[in-house]
Design a protein around this ligand. Structure first.
Ligand code: PHE
Ligand code: NA
Length: 460
């Protein structure tokens, strides 16, 4: 609000370090862990990919997350204003806030289609619970998925429900909304995931999954696999979208940014690995293809659930888990923009949340139509590179491959090269060795790595 005095007292703070960690982990843990990580691991040969991915999390993901949280907490406003304030305090150009602008536009656009996919998860809870997968064949389940994608009406209903759930929570604010939902859903998600792993252990193919995930076969790892690992490190930790800046703006001054960032990264990684341990035994037990691609979750797994003992129960559980994960991530995508609207206009939180949610919902309709009525509409089809790409494909491409790395790169350069070292030392409160390590990573390693991925995605 306009009366914000910048101390953080007026705008509220997370009630504990744990509340922040769970909310940030709620953002990080999403479809990326449960849907994307298993299939990119499957496509890139397993263990060796996992190893590279872990390295990327450690030397790129964590340093950038720390930078974003630092910017938010130091600025104590919405991401754009925070970056401007930090720039001004360091006698730098206010234009550095472009990094937050790019991140927030990305968050808004990503939410528009993330909500459509979140809607699929919601609709699959119903299918699983009603036994629609029982005795299914690859064909019947393919038809079920195809039927959903080809029906604008069904997609719209689920998209509306998902967006409604997100707006509902964000409109209730920090403690009554974001924090409350994260502290309930994250432990629940973890328990559901452990149950799913326990179930996977009964398939008799658990050992196979463990060796698939943890035995490095460097022969199966290509250069593009390495770059995918790097890009995924970004996406999975929700970086480059101003989210950690927004969440950091409510973080108490006494909390260690480094320790919290490491905790969030560990939780995210543990969930991704557990998801792999839950999914691959089922895949192997049913003779399915580990590198089945994006269809793994919505086509391959239901087939398995439909033909296994207790498949109805565990299938339902699995999609509830997926919905929880997507929900807390959706919330975090809406928060930065809502925080900005709330501070910049006379609208209160509820009004801001409804307004932004409504606009985002509208944009999401273009993704829905891309799956059916507009499946042949390729707005950039005149360029060879974008031939056949629908609006949905383009939104995904431009956010993931251009906006996120760009925002992350600018953040790393700004924090590494244009913020006073003393100010960083004071806020991060690390001991000498740890600080030097982080500082070296954010100044040199992170920017170079991001530029390489960036160039590869654009021109490779
Ligand atoms: N980090 C989330 C995941 O792994 C994805 C996400 C990206 C969520 C951006 C929110 C914002 O699925
Ligand atoms: Na993630």
């Amino acid at each position: 609000s306009a009366s914000d005095n910048g101390t953080g007292a007026a705008r509220g703070l997370w009630s504990s370090r744990m509340a922040f960690i769970l909310a940030a982990a709620g953002s990080a843990v999403g479809l990326g862990n449960i849907w994307k990580f298993p299939y990119v691991t499957g496509e890139n040969g397993g263990g060796a990919f996992v190893l590279v991915y872990l390295l990327c999390i450690a030397i790129i993901g964590i340093p950038i997350m720390m930078s974003e949280v630092f910017l938010g907490r130091n600025g104590r406003h919405n991401p754009i204003t925070s970056m401007r304030l930090v720039a001004e305090r360091n006698l730098r150009s206010p234009l550095w806030r472009i990094s937050a602008v790019v991140g927030m536009i990305a968050a808004f656009v990503i939410l528009s289609f993330y909500s459509v996919i979140g809607g699929w998860s919601a609709s699959y809870i119903g299918h699983a619970a009603m036994g629609d997968f029982s005795g299914g064949t690859a064909e019947s389940i393919g038809e079920l998925f195809g039927g959903l994608l080809s029906s604008p009406g069904q997609l719209l209903i689920w998209h509306t429900i998902f967006m409604g759930l997100v707006v509902l929570v964000v409109s209730r604010g920090l403690k009554g909304g974001l924090e409350r939902v994260a502290t309930i859903l994250m432990p629940a998600l973890f328990i559901l995931l452990l149950l799913a792993v326990g179930y996977a252990a009964t398939t008799g193919h658990f050992g196979e999954a463990v060796s698939f995930l943890f035995t490095p076969d460097f022969g199966a790892l290509s250069i593009s696999g390495v770059l995918i690992a790097l890009g995924h490190a970004f996406f999975t930790l929700s970086l480059g979208m101003a989210i950690m800046m927004a969440y950091g703006s409510y973080l108490g001054r006494d909390v260690s940014i480094a320790r919290t960032a490491v905790s969030v990264a560990i939780m995210d990684t543990v969930v991704a690995l557990l998801a792999g341990l839950a999914i691959f035994p089922v895949v192997f037990a049913n003779g399915l293809e580990a590198g089945a691609g994006p269809g793994l979750i919505f086509q391959t797994l239901p087939l398995a659930f439909g033909n296994m003992p207790m498949g109805t129960l565990f299938g339902t559980l699995f999609f509830v888990l997926l919905l929880f994960a997507a929900w807390t991530s959706g919330i975090s995508l809406l928060e930065p923009v809502v925080e900005w609207v709330e501070e910049k206009t006379s609208l209160a939180r509820t009004g801001s949340a409804i307004l932004v949610g409504l606009l985002c919902w509208l944009l999401g309709i273009t993704s829905i139509l891309s799956l059916n009525l507009w499946a042949d509409v390729a707005p950039l089809g005149m360029f060879e590179r974008f031939e056949g790409k629908t609006i949905f494909d383009l939104l995904d491409f431009f956010t993931a491959n251009i906006m996120l790395p760009l925002s992350g790169l600018l953040t790393a350069i700004f924090v590494g090269w244009f913020v006073a070292k003393e100010s960083l030392k004071l806020d991060l409160a690390l001991d000498g060795g740890a600080f030097s390590l982080w500082y070296g990573l954010i100044r040199f390693v992170t920017p170079v790595a991001v530029i390489i991925v960036f160039a590869y995605n654009l021109f490779g």
